[in-house]
Design a protein around this ligand. Structure first.
Ligand code: FES
Length: 163
């Protein structure tokens, strides 16, 4: 008695099915590999800190004696001007409120070299395109006797620290 070992679909169709399965297996593996890579990259991007470490916004500028009465000293690296009148002292920003250029001290207050904004001694706009006065920053006397500026805290213009 002869036994028929052929499949009902024939030998050619069986080979096609095997090739199709292999190809689907490869595609599945490739998809899993790709999603694993994407997952690893997105996890890395998520975990990686995005903090930028710029200059600290609270810092010491020295002792009050470093700024004798009548001082209008610009601290270029800090974009500040320290103004002392008698026993009162304040820290004003020297960053122009128009487009951020650094203003210079002038006879009448401050002048911006970029587009000509002018500010009086208190930082009030007296001319040019600047939309706001120069900010005044919180200034405190630390326990070690040094003056500390906090550029994160703006105060009302004209609010001097009494020494
Ligand atoms: S940046 Fe100062 S006037 Fe434009």
């Amino acid at each position: 008695m002869a036994v028929n070992l052929k499949r009902s679909s024939g030998t050619g169709a069986s080979t096609e099915q095997i090739q199709r399965r292999r190809m689907l297996g490869w595609l599945t593996g490739l998809g899993l590999f790709g999603s694993g890579i994407l997952s690893a990259v997105s996890n890395f991007v998520f975990i990686k800190p995005r903090a930028t470490y710029g200059q600290p916004q609270r810092f010491s500028i020295g002792k009050p004696d470093d700024f004798p009465p009548g001082t209008r000293a610009t601290l270029g690296a800090r974009s500040l001007c320290v103004v002392r009148e008698g026993n009162k002292i304040a820290a004003l920003s020297t960053t122009c409120t128009h487009l951020g250029c650094i203003v210079g001290v002038s006879d009448t207050g401050f002048a911006c070299p970029c587009h000509g904004s002018r500010f009086d001694q208190d930082g009030t706009v007296t001319g040019g395109p600047a939309p706001r006065p120069l900010p005044w920053y919180k200034l405190t006397l630390a326990p070690n006797g040094e003056l500390e500026v906090d550029k994160d805290i703006e105060i009302t213009p004209g609010s001097y620290l009494s020494l």
